[in-house]
Design a protein around this ligand. Structure first.
Ligand SMILES: *[C@@H]1O[C@H](CO)[C@@H](O)[C@H](O)[C@H]1NC(C)=O
Ligand SMILES: *[C@@H]1O[C@H](CO)[C@@H](O)[C@H](O)[C@H]1NC(C)=O
Ligand SMILES: *[C@@H]1O[C@H](CO)[C@@H](O)[C@H](O)[C@H]1NC(C)=O
Ligand SMILES: *[C@@H]1O[C@H](CO)[C@@H](O)[C@H](O)[C@H]1NC(C)=O
Length: 420
């Protein structure tokens, strides 16, 4: 991803970024598009003129945000990211946002949930990095450019999954709930709180010591390098991975339309000829790229990257959470502990209600895919994703009996030591 800003700009002019340019024009706030000058980023001397011409227009943050920890949860859909998000959302000194990139995607690439065009992908990534940079600086007005309809008087009721962010459901943003309430129902927040006042949301963000953002729309860690290297940020990435077989199973249950052909396969025992295989292989490729980068320990990730397997977290939530907080250099808040205690024991009857719910018996659920996928589908997944299964320590099965024998775990003990 060297000098990718240049590619982004070029492609932006050539492709769908006409919209992006429009947003940029109408945005009152300075637009942070350029990476920080860094000889490691771009070859020394090379391109500096162009760089300065672009960057001079966009001043750096003027206030001091270096004391904050900026936490990024890099995940994919149905990998347990709501669960991990809660480990930060519940912290009283963390401002948490649930997937703000949803708005970037729906604005720039409407209709396509997984655009395969490289140009679209580049534009989406460039815009995503800019938005993340702004959000970590508590500039929530920046997000307004992507919300439809555009907020009036800095107020909106269209923020995606607003109720998933505790900070946006409690004072000063909303007075309907007390600050110590552990389980605010997402729907209740949306019902009881007035439309979201972005000015108050900004205040809430600035009051808190740390900012955590969960994203599922950035494919791999290399795409975030410009942010990791940005000295204005103190970015730490928690990459969440999960057994691709578990992800597939969970997506089949959740995204019923998009994964319809997989359900047909499961029901009939025959693989449909027009099955979109990329719905599975993209997960494996993105994981493989990220994990290979992360575990090769490049200098730019030093102290900034931790790989977490969802299954480990599900098995030992409190212990794993402590490790994560230790890596971040943050103290674990009692609200987080309380949340873990109330939500990770057998409370299965609650989970069915919520598509994205985190309330569940986590350990039992992490491997329950084995009872839901057919052996054919599992075998097929093992054939197309062998490397990543091996690298992450997920055992393959060789017979339907092995698959269904739950007393035999498929998760190998494996320690991924954070790169400090
Ligand atoms: C920003 O915060 C850091 C860490 O507290 C401090 O060392 C530095 O002097 C501050 N810079 C400014 C301009 O206030
Ligand atoms: C926005 O604020 C202005 C000035 O306070 C007011 O006149 C206008 O009605 C507000 N618009 C909406 C949609 O609330
Ligand atoms: C949003 O909150 C700010 C700060 O309290 C206030 O000044 C502003 O009037 C509020 N906006 C609306 C539309 O209520
Ligand atoms: C299930 O696996 C356990 C542990 O390896 C083994 O002892 C047991 O015989 C297996 N059960 C069946 C029905 O295969």
């Amino acid at each position: 991803m060297q000098c990718s800003w240049k590619a982004v700009i070029l492609l932006a002019l050539a492709s769908i970024a006409i919209q992006y340019t429009a947003i940029r024009t109408f945005t009152a706030k300075p637009f942070q598009i350029c990476p920080v000058p860094n000889p490691l980023n771009c070859g020394l001397g090379q391109d500096t003129d162009a760089f300065e011409r672009i960057c001079d227009e966009y001043p750096y943050f003027t206030y001091n945000i270096s004391r904050k920890t900026h936490i990024l949860i890099l995940a994919t859909t149905r990998s347990g990211s709501s669960f991990v998000g809660q480990l930060f959302n519940q912290h009283s000194d963390v401002f948490y946002l649930f997937e703000p990139l949803y708005h970037v995607q729906t604005t720039l690439i409407p209709r396509l949930s997984h655009s395969k065009s490289t140009a679209d992908r580049r534009v989406m990534l460039g815009a995503s990095r800019d938005l993340l940079r702004s959000l970590y600086g508590c500039d929530l007005y920046f997000l307004e450019s992507y919300i439809k309809p555009q907020p009036v008087n800095h107020t909106t009721d269209k923020l995606f999954r607003r109720g998933a962010s505790k900070a946006l459901c409690s004072p000063p943003v909303c007075d309907a709930f007390g600050p110590s309430e552990v389980n605010i129902e997402e729907g209740d927040c949306v019902k009881k709180c007035a439309a979201l006042n972005m000015t108050l949301a900004t205040e809430s963000c600035k009051e808190r010591r740390h900012v955590a953002i969960k994203i599922v729309r950035v494919p791999e860690i290399g795409d975030l390098r410009a942010l990791v290297e940005d000295p204005r940020l103190n970015l730490k990435i928690i990459q969440l991975v999960r057994d691709p077989r578990g992800i597939l199973s969970s997506r089949i249950e959740t995204f019923r339309d998009t994964y319809r052909l997989w359900r047909i396969w499961r029901a009939t025992g025959r693989k449909p000829y027009n099955l979109d295989l990329s719905q599975l292989t993209v997960v494996c490729e993105d994981f493989l790229n990220s994990v290979s980068t992360g575990l090769s320990r490049p200098h730019w990730l030093k102290g900034k990257y931790m790989l977490v397997r969802y299954e480990d977290l599900a098995r030992n939530p409190l212990e794993k959470t402590k490790e994560i907080y230790q890596f971040l250099g943050m103290t674990l808040d009692k609200n987080v502990v309380k949340w873990i205690q109330t939500n990770t024991r057998g409370s299965n009857e609650l989970s069915a209600k919520h598509k994205y719910g985190t309330v569940r018996d986590s350990a039992a659920n992490a491997e329950s895919w084995r009872l839901k996928l057919s052996y054919d589908m599992v075998d097929y997944t093992q054939t197309v994703c062998p490397q990543i299964l091996h690298q992450l320590g997920y055992k393959t099965v060789n017979s339907p009996e092995e698959l269904k024998n739950m007393s035999l775990t498929l998760v190998q003990d494996r320690t991924f030591v954070p790169f400090l």
